[in-house]
Design a protein around this ligand. Structure first.
Ligand SMILES: O=C(O)CCC(=O)C(=O)O
Ligand SMILES: [Fe+2]
Length: 155
């Protein structure tokens, strides 16, 4: 699945909150404004744009295929550049009904602890149902990862 994301300028907070990608691999191109951050065992690391380079994110399914030897990378985006930011992720995901088990030669179970501070599994945001425009009793709906960025195309 290929998507284009637009992060408006002047946003406070995270354009995309901390998450891991669901699939096998994500190839990510980002424009010159930066904002992508990667969680490492020693803290958040910024992944500034390098002209001509793509970011490769390991997703949860590759983590699982390798028994946790290759870890899915927690990451987030904060666009405090003052400019509109564009990014172009290409997600390589298995079919939703694919059975994904560790490959021969890899540990049968995922090793713990995880890099991130996820304590319980969450459905991937692409699989979560979109919330209603307005919350119950007219309360504003809670902010979600991709609320404030507009997918320009998605195929
Ligand atoms: O916009 C970005 O740089 C990253 C987006 C992202 O992490 C995602 O869509 O999974
Ligand atoms: Fe991501």
């Amino acid at each position: 699945m290929f998507r284009i994301f637009r992060y408006p300028p002047g946003e406070t907070g995270f354009g995309v909150g901390e998450h891991t990608d669901y699939g096998l691999l994500t190839l990510l191109a980002q424009d010159q404004h930066g904002g992508l951050e990667i969680r490492t065992p020693t803290g958040w690391l910024s992944a500034p744009p390098i002209p001509g380079a793509l970011i490769v994110n390991i997703g949860d399914m590759l983590d699982r295929l390798t028994g946790g030897v290759w870890r899915s990378t927690p990451h987030r985006v904060v666009n405090n550049s003052g400019h509109e930011r564009l990014s172009w992720p290409l997600f390589f995901d298995p079919a939703f009904d694919a059975v994904v088990e560790p490959l021969p030669g890899f540990p049968p179970r995922k090793r713990r602890p995880a890099l991130g501070r996820r304590q319980r599994p969450r459905p991937h945001r692409h699989l979560q149902r979109l919330p209603p425009r307005q919350g119950r009793q007219g309360l504003p709906r809670p902010r979600r990862h991709h609320d404030r960025i507009a997918p320009l195309i998605s195929s």
